[in-house]
Design a binder for this molecule. Structure first.
Ligand code: F6P
Length: 545
């Protein structure tokens, strides 16, 4: 594991403090007034994404200094290490190869001396055949009925990716098929997903990288019992349940036919797996051709990330800008604001991608860090967020960098909707950046006592990302952009973005507590006073001693 110099000991890092101090009180109004070409200079178009980063509190020297930190942290070598299959997930001794999931058929990426690309394409081929059979009605349920509803059972990366992408790509999905997603251990999730379902035409896709996840196993058992109970035959399992996992043996224990299992590999992190077999439900919805287009979008961005110089590299720029606010402006959160209803689940998806990756408190060498790492990611689609939480972004006491994401063309061009939607996006980033001064408010004739209330300080930074249309390729590009941005930031902070030990303790405790809750005789509780009392209260409500 890396024993490199701590981040804060680097002169390049220390230099950022000076740039932040210099820029802290410089209004964006001034940066724009002083540089007529700022909007052009601080924008970039690559891999089908236009990025305007001119409304950030940086100038050319600050940006150079940020890129110098990325260089000093060995970003170029680390990108190459990832793309060539080095085991950069050091705490788990694994390669990190989600990029191999979208590599072209002829590519060669070696893991332990073996080219993994042919296996990736073999699985894609099998997924494609299966998806086509379901879509065309050749694959039927146990009683011979055509599949009309697909229920994806999974959680975290085995749920959020397909759920987000299905919603994003509804306009190109087969409307004769409906996808639902069951993730929560709360039975309500399952019960509502099947409430009006016909078991004969329902296909469950159980997705779990490990096949050891409590929620997914319990939901899969419930699905099996529901099917067998309703259809009166164990035979239903073979036709109405398929599985996606790296752990075929565990899937088989649940009674799922191994012939109906789709594999992937331990070098794909759960939160980086939407473009693996975990995307099977999505492929059924949008078809193999749509899925290939989705992968092509990722690939375009991968190529850009690997080859473009840092100063023209979208994930690198977004990554270093985020680091600047996170570490030198005290920004604790980052808002993702898609101006597209299809991307309603993108913020939730990015929460796992970013926060599970970079929510770390020790560096690769195991040293506690003395600086902030991953931010809190949150957001909602515009314009809904405007009528809910934007007030705080505009006039609150917290600095919240924002990503505005919009499309030049709507998939549903109705009346004036799209123009108005985009007008709102542009208006918000303008208002955040430039605000409204007290003089401007006074000049409008506002009563003096209301002037402070109606003044907007401005200087609230944002990126604007524009894409042509909400297509499978565009979604692939967007996801890869954020995957690589997280990678850039993780590299600068020197953390392992690919493990998630922080979720383990709660899982272990939940197992122990579950057995205490279920025990027939009153268990000897040895938790803290609060937890003991809560457990007793709950047991009592269940009629247990
Ligand atoms: O508990 C966190 C986590 O391990 C995520 O990283 C993962 O995406 C999720 O659980 C589901 O895991 P699995 O796909 O193995 O069921």
């Amino acid at each position: 594991m890396s024993e490199s110099k701590p981040l804060t000991a680097l002169p390049e890092w220390q230099a950022l403090e000076g740039h932040a101090a210099r820029l802290r009180d410089v209004p964006l109004r001034r940066l724009f007034a002083d540089d007529a070409g700022r909007a052009e200079r601080f924008s970039l178009e690559a891999a089908g994404i236009f990025l305007d980063y001119s409304k950030h509190r940086v100038d050319a020297p600050a940006l150079d200094a940020l890129l110098a930190v990325a260089k000093a942290r060995g970003l170029a070598a680390r990108i190459e290490a990832m793309f060539t299959g080095a085991p950069i997930n050091a705490t788990e001794g694994r390669s990190v190869l989600h990029i191999a999931l979208r590599a072209p058929a002829g590519a060669s990426i070696l893991v332990d001396g073996k080219n993994v690309v042919p296996e990736v394409h073999a699985v894609l081929e099998r997924m494609g055949e299966f998806a086509e059979r379901v879509r065309s009605g050749v694959w039927t349920g146990h009683t011979g009925k055509r599949i009309r509803r697909v229920v994806n059972i999974g959680i975290g990366g085995s749920d959020l990716g397909p759920a987000m992408a299905y919603q994003a790509l509804r306009s190109v999905s087969d409307r004769a098929l409906e996808l639902r997603f069951v993730s929560n251990i709360d039975a309500t999730d399952f019960a509502e997903a099947v409430r009006d379902a016909n078991p004969e035409d329902t296909l469950f896709i159980v997705c779990s990288k490990t096949f050891t996840t409590l929620e997914t196993l319990e939901n899969a058992k419930t699905a099996r019992a529901w099917l067998v109970g309703q259809l009166g035959s164990d035979g239903a399992v073979a036709k109405n349940i398929v599985a996606v996992s790296t752990n075929g043996a565990e899937g088989a224990r649940l009674g799922i036919d191994t012939a109906n299992m789709f594999g992937f590999w331990d070098w794909v992190g759960g939160r980086y797996s939407v473009d693996s077999a975990i995307g099977l439900s999505l492929m059924v919805a949008i078809g193999p051709a749509g899925f290939r287009e989705f992968l092509a979008g990722f690939r375009e961005l991968d190529e850009h990330f690997r080859r473009a110089p840092f100063e023209q590299n979208l994930p690198v720029l977004l990554g270093v800008l985020g680091v600047f606010y996170n570490n030198f402006f005290g920004a604790e959160t980052h808002a993702v604001l898609p101006y597209d209803q299809y991307l309603a689940r993108l913020p939730a998806y990015l929460q796992q991608l970013d926060m599970e990756s970079n929510g770390k408190r020790v560096d690769l060498a195991g040293r506690p860090v003395d600086y902030q790492t991953g931010p809190i990611i949150w957001g909602e689609p515009g314009t809904n967020g405007q009528h809910a939480f934007y007030q705080l972004i505009h006039q609150g006491t917290k600095l919240i960098p924002c990503d505005f994401i919009g499309f030049l063309r709507s998939e549903n061009p109705l009346g004036k909707h799209h123009d108005l939607l985009m007008a709102n996006l542009f208006a918000q980033s303008e208002a955040l950046a430039f605000g409204k001064t007290a003089e401007e408010v006074r000049a409008e004739g506002v009563k003096p006592e209301l002037v402070p209330h109606r003044t907007f300080p401005g200087n609230r930074p944002s990126s604007t990302l524009l894409l042509e249309r909400m297509t499978p390729a565009a979604l692939g590009r967007l996801i890869a952009l954020y995957e690589h941005k997280v990678f850039v930031q993780g590299t600068i902070w020197g953390v392992n973005s690919f493990d998630q030990w922080g979720v383990e303790l709660g899982k272990v405790l939940a197992k122990r507590i579950a057995s205490e809750i279920e025990a027939a005789a009153a268990p000897a509780l040895a938790h803290d006073g609060s937890t003991n009392a809560l457990l007793r209260r709950y047991r009592k409500a269940q009629g247990r001693a």
